[in-house]
Write a protein that binds this ligand. Sequence first.
Ligand code: GLN
Length: 380
Amino acid sequence: MHISSKLPNIGTTIFTVMGGLAKEHNAINLSQGFPDFGCDPKLLELAQKQMNAGFNQYAPMPGVIQLRECVAKIISTCYTQNYNPDTEITITAGATQAIYTAIAAFIHANDEVIVFEPAYDCYIPAIELHGAKAICSQLDPVDFSINWEDVKSKISAKTKMIMINSPHNPSGAVINANDLLELEKIIAGKNIIVLSDEVYEHMVFDGQLHQSVARNKTLVNQSIIVSSFGKTVHTTGWKIGYVAAPKELMVEFRKVHQFLVFAVNHPFQLALAEFLLDEKNYLELKHFYQAKRDLFLKLTSSSRLTPLKTSGTYFQLMSYKTISSETDTDFAIKLTKEKKLATIPLSVFYTNKYDNKVLRFCFAKKDETLEQAAEIINKL
Ligand code: GLN
């Protein structure tokens, strides 16, 4: 049988590859982004309560109203923008499904979508599966800021979407208020949608504010915001996220959502809705992860690796330029096999595999895991 692959150049995602290698070699796993500690036991009790109460059949297609109301409240509290939970918020099976659904709903064959590189790995395949083209704009290799002149030069009559991601995976960089103004100017009067991946919205450090597109009263009218509860409440395995968008966009989003997934895990949605009534459960996350970042940096301060600036997310980039000239993939594989520490090489987030000798470390780990990892890093 001849199979004509729709993704001929794509293999298995790096997260599965490095996670598998870590397991095989019994290495400390700072590769795939997920916490190695549990969530709040209260959240588990709430999930159990909802299952025992019989909420084990299909949830409503757009998500349970309690959770949509909760999302509306979080967005209005944090970014002073009001979304109608009935018509402008949808609960999704994580951010990956939300992103795929948004692209499926709005991107036609031969359209162009502007993507910033390094880019999270699910963006470009989703664009290409719909017969469209990703037009890549490179972030600065040191501070990962956006080159808006380059973006302007890449806008064409075919541009239908700009995908942004702040706090940014893999770099940990964040955009500022001026970036939102630049974006606003670029899309003004054009049929361009902004798809804003804000899954790390509650992890912005050093007193900075998360610059959600929801803060910009003009941009918001042309934007789809995507987030993920997995990051916020330490349950990446629950795969529940949300999308917020103006009603006209949400009508189209739901047309696809209803056939891609229909509805999302019912009892866990109800549990999240109750858990997130307490603002502490998302507002304090930034302090928790800033302390993890600071601990990781302190523990590795005597190492020969050079940390890059992390302003958000749970990822820390480190350059190994002073240690080796090997490719980042070779270096990461060797580090896993020989030194028992798994990381992600940065080049996988670039179409052209640009290799600046940088690795990504996930610090969403118990302090003792970070201590063990630091011992290895300090001996490199
Ligand atoms: N977002 C996680 C990361 O960047 C991985 C999620 C996944 O494995 N798809 O590590």
